[in-house]
Design a protein around this ligand. Structure first.
Ligand SMILES: *Cc1c(COP(=O)(O)O)cnc(C)c1O
Length: 362
């Protein structure tokens, strides 16, 4: 606390990110990073941008990141998305922050699930947006009918975090269609792990001017360290985001991020290979944990949400930590007996299973 803090700073409750330990040799299953390296084309593009002496860094990057917007539009060419329907930012966290400020009404509460990405309430605090939480049902699923009330906007994560549960695209459509007066945001940080065909709401963007889909390259493109996120929506929504961005920071993405992300999005084969590997490991890990008596929610993400009926989640998490394995535990009503565990390579998943077998025997 300081005499010099503004009233706003006194009121804030900042987000607490998952731990990024400095120790090597940990099995890190706590922040849903991808275990595989990014596309080699992404690495080559960044090296090329840097050149031999780095002199390109003398110059500011493209403030509009046109090449990246074109790559996003191209990525969704089957849905006829144009670059004017794309906004890019420094991680989807930044895109979300701008979206909260630009597109949620400040005179009516927004609706969000009781269990969801815990950054949303933080943005509500930062931008003075009221919110009402709508409980997930007893199976941790979103019930679209529960959202039938007046609101200043709606945001859901799909697949949801930290539950991993997927709201089918038909239900997403029903949610968006039943609130034509509000912006409905679908945070699809994990959608690329959502099945054989990717059930993305980007498919609906050209039919619903109130829909904003938010994505990140952090998870499915193995680029959490590069900080690139984007949104796809009607060009009027995108223009609102641009107005905020250009009143805040004209150059949110640096030259290396623009070059790397542009190349990463063009490498569809790399995405296909790595997302399939993660989905296969998820199936194997789910079966192994069920064999140990864990209950595992069906997951469409690169993590699973699980509990053991006979063992306390906090104790399991600390016993794993003693064995150099870090998972995520939320001290929050309804889910304090669950653990969120990132899907890694099969080798790391097997190390986890072996550790859990040992822990629950004691
Ligand atoms: C990881 C995550 C983000 C943030 O992604 P960045 O692009 O790394 O900022 C946003 N939403 C959800 C639900 C996430 O899990």
């Amino acid at each position: 606390m300081s005499l010099f803090w503004s009233p706003l700073v006194h009121r804030l409750t900042p987000y607490i990110p998952g731990e990024q330990p400095k120790r090597p040799n940990l099995i890190k299953l706590n922040t849903n990073e991808n275990p595989y390296p990014p596309s080699p084309r992404c690495v080559a593009a960044m090296q090329n941008e840097l050149g031999t002496d780095g002199s390109s860094l003398r110059l500011y990057p493209d403030p509009n990141a046109d090449s990246l917007k074109a790559a996003v539009a191209e990525h969704f060419s089957e849905f006829a998305i144009s670059p004017a329907q794309v906004f890019v930012g420094n991680g989807s966290d930044e895109v979300l922050a701008h979206a909260f400020m630009a597109l949620f009404q400040h005179n009516k509460p927004i609706l969000l699930p009781d269990i969801t990405y815990s950054f949303y309430p933080v943005y509500c605090g930062l931008y003075d947006v009221d919110s009402v939480t709508i409980p997930l049902d007893e199976n941790f699923e979103i019930r679209v009918d529960d959202y039938a009330q007046e609101n200043g906007g709606i945001i859901v994560t799909n697949p949801n975090a930290p539950t991993g549960r997927l709201l089918p695209l038909t239900e997403v459509e029903r949610l968006v269609a039943s609130h034509p007066q509000s912006v409905v945001m679908i945070d699809e940080a994990y959608i690329d792990f959502g099945g054989e065909a990717i059930p993305t709401a980007v498919a609906l963007v050209n039919r619903f001017p109130n829909l904003l889909v938010i994505r990140t390259l952090s998870k499915s493109h193995s680029l959490a360290g590069l900080r690139v996120g984007y949104a796809v929506g009607h060009s009027a929504l995108i223009e609102a985001l641009e107005r905020i961005k250009n009143s805040f920071n004209s150059y949110p993405l640096d030259r290396l991020a623009i070059a790397g992300a542009t190349a990463a999005l063009a490498d569809k084969l790399h995405l296909e290979t790595t997302r399939r590997a993660v989905m296969n490991s998820r199936a194997a890990l789910t079966a192994a944990l069920e064999g140990l008596g864990f209950e595992v929610l069906p997951s469409a993400a690169n993590f699973i949400f699980t509990r053991h009926p006979q063992h306390d989640a906090t104790q399991i998490a600390s016993a794993l930590r003693q064995r150099q394995i870090i998972v995520r535990h939320f001290k929050q009503p309804r889910i304090d007996q669950h653990l969120r565990i990132t899907i890694s390579t099969d080798a790391q998943c097997q190390a986890l299973t072996a550790a859990l077998r040992e822990i629950i025997r004691h």
